[in-house]
Design a binder for this molecule. Structure first.
Ligand SMILES: Nc1ncnc2c1ncn2[C@@H]1O[C@H](COP(=O)(O)OP(=O)(O)OP(=O)(O)O)[C@@H](O)[C@H]1O
Ligand SMILES: [Mg+2]
Length: 334
């Protein structure tokens, strides 16, 4: 085995050019890891490149192998290439991703996603929200945001907009005001990827809360591929029909390997202000049923109440705001 230090190996590799942008691996700060296994006479490399899957990738792979094996004389080389934008994106940072899912529409996913995010923010966390409900996006309305196009940073990354002290990205920001978004499947997939890879999220982000469309379509699948570590929160109403569909969504989340944090039962009851009694307008037991069937926990039951300070967000001095504070605690200690 050649008697070389990691630094010496690195010096040989930094002059390889990544054809994607014509710069060297050194200039691109692309060599992320070098390991030498003396027993196997092997070099292990993790290198970021501009583009995967094409001739550019092959060229870099070949150049690395040539230097390690032929020029330096190691017996073997193990090369892991990663696309730069992915490797350096928020996905590879120490951030907790929570995807809010449901089976049925209209059960309060977007409201729950925004309020959980806001409760975490109240607790001092740095929070971003990804509105992954491409066609039915409602996060901008929930957060009372004016229509505005996001700006581009010097490095071409998209700067997220801000609402209530949180960073937000939504397809709605890229559409003309009030116009529906009609995108084909491929663009849609890219859009979701871009929200993770091309947005300049705060460097110290603690949580990314993802609002998803109802059901178990392609988007949770896309998100699984982008952030395998995302955990799921399931929202249902107490109605047994809703919970039936929520169970299906839960199984789908399980199949996608998203760990399920628990179930949120929304619109659980209405506290009659006249006699103070709870009225179970949408039935009862749905949340408990979903939690039992999925072998997880019912985390909270949120009553039907209009917020007093904002359009859809609740503050800590409101009953529902306190419930969201407790939910934030649960999520934070996990
Ligand atoms: N606990 C609640 N009390 C009163 N109103 C609520 C409550 N939760 C949600 N709502 C209202 O119910 C409606 C539907 O909520 P929301 O848009 O969050 O549901 P969703 O599951 O995201 O819907 P979609 O499937 O269309 O994305 C909204 O008008 C929202 O303000
Ligand atoms: Mg929604």
């Amino acid at each position: 085995m050649p008697n070389l230090t990691i630094q010496e190996v690195k010096e040989k590799l930094i002059n390889i050019v990544d054809p994607y942008n014509g710069k060297t691996l050194g200039e691109n700060n692309a060599i992320k890891h070098i390991g030498i296994d003396p027993d196997k006479d092997l070099v292990v490399l993790i290198v970021s490149i501009g583009k995967m899957g094409g001739l550019e990738e092959k060229a870099v792979r070949r150049a690395l192998a040539k230097i390690v094996k032929i020029d330096l004389g190691f017996k073997g080389v193990k090369i892991q290439l990663e696309e730069k934008r992915k490797l350096e994106s928020i996905v590879n940072r120490n951030v907790k991703f929570i995807i809010v899912m449901s089976g049925k529409g209209g059960v309060g996913k977007s409201t729950v996603a925004a309020n959980l995010a806001y409760a975490l923010k109240r607790k001092g966390k740095i929070v971003g929200i990804i509105d992954a409900d491409i066609y039915g996006s409602s996060i901008p309305q929930v957060l009372e945001m004016k229509h505005e196009y996001p700006k581009c940073a010097e490095d071409q990354k998209i700067i997220p907009l801000e609402a209530f002290g949180m960073e937000v990205i939504s397809t709605e920001f890229f559409a003309e005001e009030g116009k529906p978004i009609i995108w084909r499947g491929a663009m849609l997939g890219n859009m979701i990827e871009n929200f993770f890879y091309e947005v300049r999220w705060n460097k110290n982000t603690d949580f990314i809360i993802i609002d998803s469309p109802p059901g178990t379509g392609d988007i949770p699948l896309d998100i699984r591929n982008i952030v395998p570590k995302a955990e799921a929160l399931l929202v249902t109403t107490p109605h047994l029909a809703a919970s039936h569909v929520a169970v299906k969504a839960g199984f789908a989340a399980g199949q996608l390997n998203h760990e399920i944090i628990g179930v949120i039962e929304n619109m659980s009851y209405y506290s009659n202000p006249v006699n103070g009694e709870k009225e179970f307008i949408f039935g009862a037991g749905g949340g408990e049923k979903v939690a039992t069937e999925l072998n997880t926990e019912l985390l909270c039951q949120i009553p039907i109440t209009q917020p007093t300070h904002h359009l859809s967000l609740y503050e800590s001095d409101e009953e529902i705001g306190k419930i969201y504070d407790d939910l934030a605690d649960i999520v934070m200690i996990r």
